[in-house]
Design a protein around this ligand. Structure first.
Ligand code: ATP
Length: 248
């Protein structure tokens, strides 16, 4: 069996003294896109932030492995160098750091104009990152940032929330392009995506959906089947089929 790109083993996490993740197991093979569903406050963003290594999330027990290496004690910059990237739900503004300077710092200046055009994000090069951006502009920059960096594993925290209907297609297509293989021989890139609206499922090839409740992944299924079930019945797992695994 090949080593998964991301392997999370019985992960427990606290934030500022409050337990937020209570024993998550999650394995993502290289080239797969997994989708995380769950009610507000179930721990989805905390899980992504913990994988990325962000404060104030602290692993109290369990392990996170990436590319066969244990990463849960590594700082965020080291994880980014290893190939992890994240688009944030509510990113901070980087006062004094322009879009142009940020892009140059990650060595992607040559790509900025064309990738920005695809996301209708022209005219932002000299503005400070996320400073005064509208909600939808923040989301488009967060996706553009990943397109410029092309991480091996992309973590998307609600990439479509706050994006107007005209730009949703551009965001969905950009993510699909980001996750696409560079050559036919390559696998797709790998991703973990949080969505409430499910819009993103119209644009990307998603392999597995997980349901997170109260800080645990309580079951996994085909993402579209799971999303349809949640829309009709709320946050519960669909009846067991060959395509579904339940942990409760
Ligand atoms: N720094 C913190 N201090 C205390 N509690 C926290 C902290 N960060 C997160 N939490 C709590 O952890 C729980 C999970 O939060 P999280 O943001 O991960 O949920 P979520 O599933 O992403 O929710 P949503 O769908 O609303 O974005 C919430 O109850 C939240 O209040």
């Amino acid at each position: 069996m090949t080593t998964p790109l991301l392997d999370i083993r019985d992960l427990h996490v606290e934030a500022d003294g409050s337990p937020v993740i209570h024993g998550v197991n999650l394995s993502i093979p290289i080239g797969e896109t997994h989708v995380l569903f769950g009610p507000n406050g179930s721990g989805k963003s905390s899980l992504l932030a913990t994988i990325m290594g962000l404060a104030p999330y602290r692993v109290t027990s369990g392990e996170i492995w990436f590319k066969g290496q244990r990463i849960d004690a590594l700082p965020v910059d080291k994880r980014a160098q290893m190939g992890l990237g994240m688009s944030f739900q509510r990113p901070p503004a980087l006062e004094g750091v322009t879009v142009e300077a940020f892009t140059a710092a990650i060595g992607s200046s040559a790509l900025l104009e064309s990738e920005a055009s695809a996301l209708d994000f022209n005219g932002f090069a000299e503005r400070d990152v996320n400073a005064g951006f509208s909600g939808g502009e923040i989301k488009r920059w967060e996706i553009l940032k990943l397109l410029l960096k092309r991480p091996d594993l992309s973590l998307f925290d609600e990439p479509e929330s706050g994006v107007d209907l005209e730009h949703i297609a551009a965001v969905g297509k950009a993510i699909d392009r980001l996750l696409g293989a560079d050559t036919p021989a390559d696998p797709q890139r790998t991703a973990l995506v949080i969505t409430h609206t499910g819009f993103i499922l119209d644009y990307i090839h998603a392999d597995v959906g997980h349901l997170m409740v109260d800080g645990r992944i309580v079951g996994s299924a085909d993402p579209r089947t799971l999303f349809s079930h949640i829309k009709a019945h709320g946050y519960s797992m669909p009846p067991v089929t060959a395509n579904v695994s339940q942990t409760i």
